[in-house]
Ligand binder design. Sequence first.
Ligand code: SF4
Length: 237
Amino acid sequence: MPKESLAAKTARAVEILEALDRVMPEAHIELDYRTPLELVAAVVLSAQCTDRRVNMVTPELFKAFPSAAHYARSTPAEVEPFIKSLGLFRNKAKSLVALGQALLDSHGGEVPTARAALEKLPGVGKKTAGVVTIHLNGDPAFPVDTHVQRLAGRMGLAKGKTPDQVEAGLQQVVPQAWWTKGHQLLVWHGRRVCHARKPECHRCVVATRCPKLEVRETPKRPTRASKASRTPRRGRP
Ligand code: SF4
């Protein structure tokens, strides 16, 4: 890929996000939640697990544990049955109980919106804190999960070995007004088109603006018509 100035990269990043926004204006976090506590709990549960699986267990969990005090008063063994279909459920149950205790001890039972305060909570890493803060209108952030990291690299927008490095790169290139929506759009595009193993570049709306770095494109599936045109018919020259 030829060297690109920061201004040119920013312009290309905005074009990419505008194009994705045109086809997926509804892109949003796919975890179900109604309150800040439900949001942070759902994001903690989503580690190494699909949002769909998390959404299957949270209605009953949230009914049984409606406040930070409910988690704080419980033992991990009491939380486990609600989330046992999720990977790492024992650790996650411990995190939820510790989270409830920390929220009670340091934040009056409320979820803080500042990213730095969120990062100090048990079970909440930098990415989780970023996802929570942008959905609570807290600090600006461009949280980097596996999809965002993969797409930022393929699109040549930001590279780095760690999510922190990629986030710093994205924040340099992408105007802040696009950070929240940009995160949501890249996650959606990564789940639907730019898959980890088989990116579908042939049907990607940003293909002309993407250098496809380190991508081995999935060949387009032949249609019935194109197959027929390649197959010689019997009895004909
Ligand atoms: S062109 Fe390919 S690599 Fe680039 S964003 Fe689209 S699907 Fe991903």
